[in-house]
Write a protein that binds this ligand. Sequence first.
Ligand SMILES: [Zn+2]
Ligand SMILES: [Zn+2]
Length: 242
Amino acid sequence: MIRALIDGALAALLAPSCAVCGALLDRPLDGAACRTCWTRVARFSPPLCARCGDPLPAERTAASVGACCAVCSVDLGVIAAARALGPFEGTLADLIHACKYGRRPSIATGLGRLMRDLHATWPERVEVVVPVPLHPRRERERGFNQAALVAAALGPPVCEALTRRVHTSPQAAASGAARHANVRGAFTTSREGRHVRGRVVALVDDVLTTGATLAAAAAALEAAGPARIVALTAARAELARR
Ligand SMILES: [Zn+2]
Ligand SMILES: [Zn+2]
């Protein structure tokens, strides 16, 4: 009731608009993006590669349930399996851009909620979630770590088991091999790392592209002795077309 009144007052006084499509928000307390944009997020549906999570061609369903796609195009290192909500394009890409570069942390929380709804497609029951950290300098610039906000909305307990000790140059322009060289050794375990020992851990990030960042983070996390490491991301970029 009070929330509805505040929403109404904010909508009338400030006329805030959706960070993605620009439509007026009738419920600004629900976050920076409108309900229509959230319903437009394209999601992967089975059959998925058991390892990288990329969608498999439909004709392979019967023959290869649980199979790996023939050409996993990501190097996941010690990560057992990865899953993403959907492809990094359209509304999902717009939401992630608005979150990171338009500084709309509420969008990261919304992404985490959507990923929680896809629990049935996670590779296994996750006991602890570990966000991929930003370097402290980058986090200060942005004001938040989007991966930490996504992780907090997923459901299982969050453990900030990693720290980023190297301020790497932005990944956006680098090729696959360059990305792997760029982030190798960038992460180390924090004191919180003891909470992942013997557990199934999900590393959480906003986007999976070449796997370089996640693989480097997983390599550091491995030292803390988890039972298994999987990866959950909001989006999958540079998806091979086949
Ligand atoms: Zn919108
Ligand atoms: Zn694959």
